[in-house]
Design a protein around this ligand. Sequence first.
Ligand code: PLP
Length: 486
Amino acid sequence: LNDNDQHDNHLAPALKNGVHLNGHSTLTKGPSLTNGSLKAEYLLDRNLRKAYPVVKGGKGNYLYLNDGRKVFDSTSGAAVSCLGHGNQRVIDAVAAQMQTGTPYLASTFWMSEVVEELCKELINGTDGKMARVYLTGSGSEAMEATVKMARQFFFENNKNTPRVNFIARQHSYHGNTIGALGISGHVARRAPYEPFLMDNVHHVSPCNAYRQRQEGESNAAFVAKKAAELEATFQELGPETVVGFICEPVVGAALGCVPSVPGYLEAMRDVCHKHGALFILDEVMSGMGRCGTLHAWQDEDIVPDLQTIGKGLGAGYQPIAAVLISQRVVNALLDGSGQFVHGQTYQGMPVQAAAALEVQKIMREGNMMKNVQVQGAYLEARLKALLGDHPNVGDIRGRGLFWGIEFVKDKKTKEPFDLKTGIAQKVSDTAISAPFNMVMYPGTGTADGVRGDHVILAPTYIVTREDIDHIAKTASDVVHHVFSEL
Ligand code: PLP
């Protein structure tokens, strides 16, 4: 351990004792570590050519690297680690569940109290507006289950139901499994697999005020256009053929923290319900407190028929996601076959539930939504003060502790950067390097220029005002540095 670590005596005991978490000492073929970065020779991950910095451990807002650096995690990973790293209460809850000897139980045979308690906690978190919880191991699986449950909702009543079409949105991301990707309007992620993807998904435009709203156009007028577009798509497909409409209330990875314009979700719900279709929200990224209310829809006085959650649910301590199901949908299953025709091995594991339950209790008991709102408002103010006038910053938008910065070549025309410039990646790579040592999540633009390169900031819910000052100042320093070198 180096000097840095000596000062940070809150590092996990395993690290203090010199345990090699990455276990490379046992490999016959050594890892190729250069400047603390590791290019994998055994693991096949996202980028086969790139060397990544190696993390030894984490505590609170910080990640501790092999090369002695301490990096501020201002994205909570992929908007996951909302309680920060190394939370002792969650670690203890997970350890205690392991000690019972049943971290896993086959859901075919068994129920456990911790799973039921988690589900009760989650339903209470909707003020009883949702009725049941279906647990999964990832956001993609939650979306798969949602697609199937939505279809089954109609199938229960009519085995020949004509409801076969979904409507989703362009520039959306709902997961990487075939069904979830089929819903997604993410051109690059779909491209290699296009022939396998459902052809009964139809995409309408997203709700992106910065890129689409006309100068001087009111929210109401903008929303009316979006509702008319959805209505037209229903009519084109035949309203009686539509299962449901799916969207993210605040678009995460696909657009960079773009919130719906006020009134949008309500208008879209109304179109769906007018035609008897389901209104479905994907809150895998925007939910579980990320936007300042436990669920983003709670800000809007609407309730979805089906909703997915993930990421902040288990805060990275266990892989867990879920579908929240309204009484209307539960009733269709209860009054029909009484079964959801689905199921996976690692679903509703007690150890997953123990982690998520503890995370949710910590959030509730610590009134963390208040901190998300207060620090989120401060982050917005600081980012706008430090970067709002930068000639290459087109838009700073978001909600709660979920903020996106979109870069443009020309602030007036909003012309995005040529994708070859790789501007978001440059900003992210610079941020994570010394002397900045902070994570900024990159998102590339699209070739059609509909969305520009952007970065996301999504810090933990435990951030203080001083942390926000640090995040905003560092983000500003990084952006100024990158554009001065262009
Ligand atoms: N839906 C949204 C909105 C997401 O942001 C993601 C992941 O980033 C997913 C679904 C898929 O979740 P997972 O990566 O856990 O499968």
